[in-house]
Design a binder for this molecule. Structure first.
Ligand code: PLP
Length: 393
């Protein structure tokens, strides 16, 4: 009688967690130290000002439901923040339990069974899963690896568009590659979406993690409300992953409809967490320090990885991930990327995420390493990867 609904039968889980679990076992059984390059969150605790603000809210008894769209003061702050990119008002904002829920609302509101949604190959794993969950089809646009980052082939993008294309999803800066896409490239994707009347879902959750170069936001187009569903959140910028707070910016009527959805699904984001988040907008000095710290870690990981034989690594300009090309090495070792990650944990205690977790094909020859890790561990971990490779070549 417990037959799963047909759309969830094939649903892939949080596969990044699988590798943490293997590591936990290995560390328990063999007593070896684990170094975690698999992590998708900053390693800092949420800044004190934000924690204090939530504690005060709790002590003041701010413990009831909030409006489905979020508390006004927070929506106002988010709108003010987004004014650095474009014209956003409070009524263009809904606060959600994490950016994942923001994405979910965006998909559920517009995607019908049988629709097509264009997503990057590789991309954040949950886009394609949720699209399939809704009975729609993810159509993958293969990114090209170039000297200074990955890029979209705009001609291929246009060729992938059919009468059934409902939406294009972009993520800039990009998980898992760490790419900051060329502003002209993003501009062109925006133009294509607008001209062809396709919704552009722009996930900009890493917008503060930019090490060099300029980030183009989809909100910069004065007409953004005609075609953009903008996604962001507090998890990465303010190291608030466990607070579960994200947001959508969109045209006012879309936000209202999302509020109706929210009212039926989860009511609202957590009340005192929202109060804490208000203080996050006074924490940009801390954010700046974190970015400088991450830039240094990036540089260290990049130079250490150069020493590993047969891998090709690009210095990422954004987010906190490296996504080196492993194809030549894997062929030389006679291994697939999944075995590489599993064996690496088992023999050296170093956690990486095999690129195949990020659909669809490109990732099979890549591995994702997060540099949201202490500098000493970065050095030690990459050295162990180099040893692992040397022992097998
Ligand atoms: N979008 C991207 C590209 C991400 O990498 C992540 C987290 O890993 C999310 C969304 C989800 O963020 P949240 O913790 O706010 O749900």
């Amino acid at each position: 009688s417990f037959n799963f609904a047909s759309n969830v039968q094939e649903l892939a889980g949080e596969s990044t967690l699988v590798y943490q679990e293997i590591a936990r076992k290995v560390s328990k059984e063999k007593g070896i130290k684990t170094i975690n390059f698999g992590i998708g969150q900053p390693d800092l605790v949420t800044f004190k000002r934000i924690r204090d603000s939530a504690i005060t809210a709790l002590q003041d008894g701010f413990t009831g439901y909030t409006p489905a769209l979020g508390i006004d003061e927070l929506r106002e702050k988010i709108a003010q923040y987004l004014n650095r990119y474009g014209d956003v008002k409070k009524d263009n904002v809904i606060v959600t339990p994490g950016a994942k829920t923001a994405l979910f609302l965006g998909f559920i509101l517009f995607v019908n069974p049988g629709d097509e949604v264009i997503v990057d190959d590789p991309s954040f794993y949950s886009y394609a899963e949720v699209i399939r969950l809704l009975g729609a089809k993810p159509v993958f646009l293969r990114l090209n690896m170039r000297e200074n980052g990955f890029s979209h082939d705009l001609k291929s993008l246009e060729e992938l568009i059919t009468p059934r294309t409902k939406m294009i999803v972009i993520n800039n800066p990009h998980n898992p590659t760490g790419s900051l896409f060329d502003p002209h490239e993003i501009e062109r994707i925006m133009e294509i979406s607008k001209e062809r009347k396709i919704i552009l879902m722009s996930d900009e959750i890493y917008d503060n993690f930019v090490y060099e170069g300029k980030m183009k936001s989809a909100l910069e187009d004065p007409d953004w409300k005609d075609y953009v569903i903008y996604i962001n959140g507090f998890s990465k910028t303010f190291s608030m992953t466990g607070w579960r707070l994200g947001y959508v910016a969109a045209r006012e009527d879309i936000i209202k409809k999302m509020g109706v959805l929210a009212g039926n699904i989860y009511t609202c984001a957590t009340s005192f967490a929202q109060k804490g988040a208000i203080a996050s907008f006074d924490s940009f000095d801390e954010v700046k320090d974190m970015i400088e710290l991450f830039r240094k870690r990036r540089d260290v990981m990049y130079s250490e990885l150069q020493k590993v034989k047969k891998i090709k690594v690009i210095k990422p300009q954004g987010a906190f991930y490296m996504f080196p090309y492993m194809g030549d090495l894997l062929r030389a070792m006679g291994m697939e990327i999944k075995d590489f990650s599993v064996e690496l944990i088992k023999s050296k205690g170093v956690i990486t995420i095999p690129g195949e977790v990020f659909p669809k094909d490109v990732g099979k020859d890549h591995v994702r390493l997060s540099f949201a890790v202490k500098e000493q561990d970065i050095k030690e971990g990459v050295k162990k990867i180099a040893e692992f490779v040397d022992e097998r070549l």
